[in-house]
Design a protein around this ligand. Sequence first.
Ligand code: 13P
Ligand code: SF4
Length: 367
Amino acid sequence: MGVVETVVYQQALPDRYRKLDEKELTKAIWEAKKRLGNSLIILGHHYQRDDVIQFADYRGDSLKLARIAAELKQTKYIVFCGVHFMAETADILTTPEQVVILPDLNAGCSMADMAEVDEVEECWDMITREFGSSIIPVTYVNSSAAIKAFVGKYGGLTMTSSNADKIFSYALQEKERILFLPDQHLGRNTAFKLGIPLKEMTVYDPKEMSLEYPHGHGSSRIILWKGHCSVHQKFEPSHVCYMRETYPGIRVIVHPECMFETVQLADENGSTDYIIKQIDNAPAGTKWAIGTEHNLVNRLAQEHPDQMITSLNPMICPCLTMNRIDQPHLLWSLESLINHQPVNVIRVDDETAKWAKTAVDRMLELS
Ligand code: 13P
Ligand code: SF4
């Protein structure tokens, strides 16, 4: 397996960007965007801060942004306001001549970091010894390019929260079992929705290198990697009960990265795009408690003053890595393009990109 090579001009953010105030930064970013013209597209994930998302040419969930990246054949520079795995996916789907930039290389994803490719290889050895060739690997796009490549090489594919049902249904037609990584909650929620009982789900713990059977021994149709999102795991069933007691008639809508018990209690669950559509289509006077990242919840509350919108757990922190993309880093990366000395370029090595693309393309064909 090739090593993911990220071409990095990793320098500290130059001081001058820290000294500008928001008004100066906003003006300078619009000017830089104008100078770069058609050579630049800025992609922005829904979880980005308001002061950054305003510059996005396209905003979307991870599936939509991957699709757009794949279609941007004429754009020289793609600046990705999101997290590392999203920028890697964009690089995998674009040509070698195109340049993908992540404004701050520290914008990772703690869930994606919970699965290293050597750990996945150990897991694969173990479960194929136990279950033979009956397993198809499926990885959430929230994973490194190296893991996507592993999955592509072994006949599997990627998945996002907005195509989860389709991808799991397809995978279960192909093989008897799925290894799903790295988010145990999304895997469990999706499989349960498709009618698979909890006792047929096993958890693989990469630290212990062992299989756990939290719901009793069944036929292990779904093998869930023991990973989670530290933001979404903080939405608990007690928060759903509290909101219903405090605001009678409130609807609870959560992202499927939330734990099983929370998703079961909620009225609805779906990807960030799904959540946005449900709120956009709801009548005035509707009350919502939303279990997803704060930047998106706050934006929805501002955009729909005729509805009552709150976070399902107002006490949690935002996604700290998404929030690393700020105006100073965005301006720095745009000016580096104007000066022909790009910083924070994301480049996946050819061998890894080839297999990772196989996994992503299989997903895109089915979505
Ligand atoms: P979406 O697939 O809904 O964009 O979610 C990505 C993500 O990182 C959620 O935590
Ligand atoms: Fe990763 Fe969770 Fe942040 Fe999404 S919200 S980018 S899964 S840490």
